[in-house]
Design a protein around this ligand. Structure first.
Ligand code: ATP
Length: 271
């Protein structure tokens, strides 16, 4: 079980003397583990996870993505490895490398067909996520990003209690219903003493292709109020745009200066 020497949180851990549930993976040297969470489904966690991984990779860091969304995994598709199959080499599970050399582990890399449903009870799902940390040969990584499932249930609790994450990036969209639910995830992280690094506001606006005007999809000041109520900082705003879909769904590697600099600014705030 816990061994403080190989835990990335060892210098700021409050349970140093009392012990914790953190599990280790002595075969791996992972410098930073960041969860990407939202509480609410469909707001763009996996999209943001894959954009951050690609940006970190382009800045020269070694990156892996652990897809903790066991029942709704989308990372293999977003990272361009949907047809690959992970295997065990006797020492552990070998993650799949995408064309940019980003390592990926997801349940969809282990099932016969990507549309195969995972119909498992909560504890089995949680154990699978733990194994994606303990049994996968991640090797040396600067960053392991964990794409969390929606909600504040079993898997989120397992990740927060058992994997030595350095912090969480919250993803939200500018709508009060969503920020109310994201607040629950923020409060959960606070309860478990996990740093929330800030909020990425996704689908923040659309941009008119003719006049470049930024059009807000939702009215009001939901995000500002949410950030101040939760005492959080805004890491950046991502537009709702075809460019993001092209990068994530179609493996397009060119990126506009504007999106690239937004991602760079987000990454610089979390690394
Ligand atoms: N900024 C964006 N611009 C355009 N489309 C987007 C953007 N962000 C997300 N999407 C699209 O919205 C859909 C949901 O995104 P995504 O799968 O990343 O959400 P999620 O929060 O991870 O969902 P889940 O709750 O199922 O895990 C996807 O089809 C994705 O391509």
């Amino acid at each position: 079980m816990s061994n403080c020497n190989s835990c990335p949180s060892k210098n700021k851990c409050s349970t140093k003397d009392t012990g914790c549930n953190i599990i280790n993976n002595p075969n791996n040297k992972i410098k930073n583990i960041i969860g990407v969470m939202s509480g609410k489904g469909g707001v763009g966690k996996s999209t943001v996870t894959s954009l951050l991984a690609k940006k970190l990779n382009s800045m020269g860091y070694t990156v892996g993505i652990l897809d903790a969304d066991i029942t709704g995994p989308s990372i293999p598709r977003l990272m361009g490895v949907k047809d690959a199959k992970a295997f065990s080499n006797g020492k552990g599970i070998v993650p799949i490398c995408n064309p940019q050399n980003i390592k990926v582990m997801s349940i969809n890399l282990m099932v016969a067909s990507e549309s195969e449903p995972i119909v498992w009870k909560g504890p089995i799902v949680s154990n699978a996520v733990k194994q994606f940390y303990t049994d996968v040969l991640w090797g040396e990584l600067d960053y392991l990003l964990i794409d969390m499932p929606p909600g504040t249930g079993d898997v989120a609790l397992t990740v927060m209690q058992n994997i030595p994450i350095n912090g969480i990036v919250m993803v939200s969209i500018p709508q009060d219903l969503v920020s109310m639910i994201v607040s629950k995830a923020v409060k959960m992280a606070n309860m478990l003493n996990i740093d929330v690094l800030g909020v990425v506001e996704n689908m923040s606006y659309i941009q008119c292709p003719d006049c470049d005007k930024k059009i807000k999809l939702f009215d009001g000041d939901e995000t500002e109020k949410f950030l101040s109520d939760m005492n959080l900082s805004l890491l950046g705003e991502l537009p709702m745009t075809k460019e993001i879909v092209n990068i994530t769904h179609h493996g397009v590697t060119e990126i506009s200066d504007e999106l690239d600099s937004t991602l760079e600014s987000i990454v610089n705030k979390i690394k």
